[in-house]
Design a protein around this ligand. Structure first.
Ligand code: CTP
Ligand SMILES: C[C@](O)(CO)[C@H](O)COP(=O)(O)O
Length: 270
């Protein structure tokens, strides 16, 4: 299958945009009641900052990015208290992650992004991603015909199971040498990704699955175990410990990246 890309102007090479789906509620994290009930997962405090601010700090330090769109739920003005020229919010949250991302891609196009620009979609809830990982993904994928994603090779023995009267029981052990855990960012050209997500709909739990359904083979780029998605109550303590280990007791340097900066070409639309 071939995909028609709009050829970039000689003076305007494809740009790189980040899209951060940030419109979930975090139902699995909330289940045990350990968190602040009125705050969605992505805004829960983590080492003195809302969780998503850690995510955004990593993207703010990536010089290749023209802008970062944070896709929030309608009426969500939580990030208004954390103004920065390094990101902008759009109230395009949908009932599923796929629909939130679709809204964000359309919003980028409306604001002047081009069909062949690259988009890096990253879960707000993966707050341990590093700027180096994002830059590595860009370097590995920017000359690829499809794009790709960060992923982690399965380190454990992999079981299939059934649930019945005797509890959850193993029915088999799978070959794991070809199995990877999909992470984010996931980096694809804007228009092909938009069309692929429109076609697959909510069955697309990530961008790569939509591109796969469209006949492509996204490139896997090694992420790392620390780039996990904060999903369950115990994940917050683990994420805090990793951040504290990385940063010592000070977050000043990391959050310095979010200080208002002089508008650049990439974010002048916003
Ligand atoms: N309708 C949705 C659902 C999810 N997300 C975002 O997609 C990312 C990955 O989703 P997940 O971790 O599953 O978050 P939640 O959907 O919030 O969690 P849960 O499924 O436990 O409710 C999160 O950053 C979340 O905010 C989104 O923007 N819009
Ligand atoms: C996109 C993703 O993080 C890849 O692992 C994941 O699919 C999103 O998780 P969800 O729980 O399905 O929203």
């Amino acid at each position: 299958m071939t995909l028609a890309f709009i050829a970039p102007e000689p003076s305007s090479p494809p740009r790189f945009w980040a899209v951060i789906p940030c419109a979930g509620v975090g139902a699995r994290a909330m289940a045990a009641g350990a968190l602040e009930p009125s705050l969605p997962k992505q805004y829960q405090p983590l080492l003195g900052q809302p969780l998503v601010l850690h995510t955004l700090a990593a993207f703010a330090a990536v010089p290749q990015l023209a802008g970062t769109l944070v896709a929030v739920a309608s009426g969500d003005d939580f990030l208004a208290a954390y103004p920065s020229l390094r990101y902008f919010t759009v109230p395009c949250g949908g009932p599923s992650r796929a629909q939130t991302v679709l809204g964000a891609l359309r919003a980028l196009l409306q604001r002047g992004a081009q069909a062949d620009d690259w988009v890096l979609v990253h879960d707000a809830a993966r707050c341990l991603v590093t700027s180096l990982q994002i830059e590595t993904l860009i370097a590995e994928c920017q000359h690829d015909s499809v794009g790709g994603l960060l992923a982690h090779k399965i380190p454990d023995t992999l079981k299939t199971a059934v649930t019945g009267p005797g509890g959850v029981r193993v029915v088999g052990t799978l070959e794991r040498s070809d199995k990877w855990l999909a992470q984010t960012p996931q980096m694809f050209r804007l228009e092909p990704l938009l069309h692929a997500l429109e076609k697959l709909g909510d069955a697309a739990t990530d961008e790569a699955s939509a591109m796969e359904a469209a006949g492509h083979r996204p490139k896997l780029v090694a992420g790392g175990a620390q780039n996990f998605k904060v999903t369950y109550p115990e994940d917050f303590a683990l994420a805090s410990a990793v951040l504290a280990y990385r940063e010592g007791s000070s977050t000043t340097a990391r959050f310095g990246e979010l200080a208002p900066a002089k508008p650049e070409r990439g974010n002048r639309f916003f």
